[in-house]
Design a protein around this ligand. Structure first.
Ligand code: NAP
Ligand code: MG
Length: 456
């Protein structure tokens, strides 16, 4: 394959299937040149006084804040996200920048008691760090990488997914508008096999922060081994929503669709397996059907829309194959005609070896299964290679704590489906990932800790 050929990618609307934009796919040479510019920019960016770096990040946050509506509309056009979600996503980038703008002035090292002198530690930036973003949450996942990385004094090269580059490109422009120097945050649209792969092999790139599929994540991790390159991975999930009979079954059923059908199920934290205690199984399923029927799967640009289409025809076809193999209990509605639509679908699983129970569908499909007691619920929840998130519905505080400690996943919520806040740590157990993003310690993940001893 010639990497010199100038190529481009036609961005299609998932709603109309019509072209939205033509975006260049960068070549290997263009990628190398951008990495070298980011390397040159690093020397001065790391030397910017902490208070000034903080001010620039707050200015960036403010400019993003001024463009929330524009960014949100762009995401609706590019990704088919509902306008309500897209506004939240743009606001999340603003808030994440504000949160980490406090980090440059608080990147404390330690003073450790030693005999014969003084021992201090420093958190030093790595250099050029890279962020590889998937197509499901183009704005938030970009911000979760670049905000703490920039705060810690690194320069950033960022590759959006080829399918969804528009908001990332715009965020790169807004960074310049806010006063970030050239080369500090560079957005490089293109193919994973070209631009993303170059982040892994280029010696000047000192870390890869990757979010995407477990399959590609494993390749990235193996590739990074060659240079002992720092790597964090945020990968797939098959999270369980565990509903005990002692809970408010109506409330649990009403909230379950949002936990799996939000973003049309294209969410690594989707609670795509629902475990329901057998004594309330039928009641839960009945109430779930009401909630799913009421879900407004309509044009995502409509203020009332609760779910839009899938990202691509390929994704929709993949989801259809899972549903074709499964025992469908019921489904909601979705528009016919153009667009990559798939109705929210509930399937019943009786065996844990069904594909729809084991694999990440990454679409609006949820599998439901009954269980008898707490031990069985935890065992079923843990019977997966993944371990990203999960929910527990119970009114018994002791049980809530036992099950929350028993489920092998990085992000659990009790009587709620929340999992990602920029100020709390986020990441996966087992094959859902490596390392943590967000939370108070995220900037440190983009540094080396240096120890210095000074003799008396
Ligand atoms: P993907 O195929 O793994 O792609 C993710 C990103 O990696 C894209 O930008 C892609 O570029 C790039 N890429 C592909 N091959 C590469 C390579 N060999 N070297 C370097 N970069 C490469 O995943 P996806 O299809 O975009 O997203 C869906 C998957 O991501 C799901 O499995 C989902 O669970 C997971 N995900 C996880 C999280 C999390 O936080 N844990 C969040 C979101 C998504 P292209 O533009 O060429 O595709
Ligand atoms: Mg892919």
């Amino acid at each position: 394959m010639s990497t010199r050929t100038a190529v481009s990618h036609t961005v299609l609307s998932p709603v109309t299937e019509a072209p939205v934009a033509e975006v260049p796919s960068l070549t290997l040479e263009e990628t190398d040149a951008a990495i070298e510019r980011a390397h040159e920019a690093f020397a001065s960016w790391r030397a910017v006084a902490p208070g000034e770096r903080a001010r620039l990040l707050r200015a960036f946050a403010a400019v993003v804040g001024d463009h929330v509506e524009e960014l949100a509309r762009l995401e609706v056009a590019n990704s088919g996200h509902t306008i309500g979600n897209a506004r939240w996503e743009a606001g999340n980038v603003r808030d994440c920048l504000n949160y980490y703008s406090a980090a440059p002035e608080r990147l404390f090292g330690r003073q450790i008691p030693v005999p014969g002198g003084l021992d201090v530690t420093f958190y030093e930036p790595l250099g050029v760090v890279s962020v590889i973003v998937p197509w499901n949450f183009p704005m938030p996942i970009a911000g979760w990488g670049f905000a703490p990385a920039l705060a810690a004094g690194n320069t950033v090269v960022l590759k959006p997914a080829e399918l969804t580059p528009l908001t990332a490109i715009r965020l790169g422009e807004l960074a310049r508008e806010a006063g970030l120097p050239e080369g500090v945050l560079t957005v490089l649209p293109g193919k994973g096999s070209v631009v993303g792969q170059r982040f892994v092999t280029h010696p000047l790139v000192r870390k890869v922060a990757f979010t995407g599929s477990t399959e590609v994540g494993k390749q990235i991790m193996a590739g990074c081994a060659d240079q002992v390159k720092r790597v964090t991975l945020e990968l797939g999930g098959k999270s369980a929503n565990i509903v005990f009979a002692d809970t408010d079954v109506a409330a649990a059923a009403a909230s379950a669709p949002g936990a799996v059908f939000d973003n049309a199920g294209q969410d690594c934290c989707a609670r795509s397996r629902i475990l329901v205690q057998r004594s309330v199984y039928d009641e839960f399923l009945g109430r779930l059907q009401e909630a799913v029927s009421a879900l407004r799967v309509i044009d995502p640009g409509d203020e009332a829309s609760e779910m839009g289409p899938l990202i691509s025809a390929a994704q929709r076809d993949s989801v259809r194959r899972y549903v074709g193999e499964a025992t469908v209990a019921f489904a909601g509605s979705c528009p016919s005609g153009p667009g990559y639509w798939h109705a929210p679908t509930v399937v019943e699983s009786r065996r844990t070896d069904e594909r729809v129970w084991r694999e990440e569908v990454f679409g609006p499909v949820v599998a439901v299964m009954p269980f008898d007691d707490e031990d069985e619920a935890v065992a079923l929840a843990n019977d997966t290679e993944y371990g990203l998130s999960g929910s527990i519905f119970t009114d018994d505080l002791g049980r809530a704590l036992r099950v929350a400690r028993g489920v092998e996943a990085g992000n659990l919520s009790v009587n709620s489906h929340s999992s990602v806040r920029y100020w709390t740590p986020f990441g996966g157990y087992k094959q859902s990932g490596l390392g943590r993003e967000l939370g108070p310690d995220a900037p440190q993940a983009f540094t080396e800790e240096k120890n210095v001893f000074l003799a008396h």
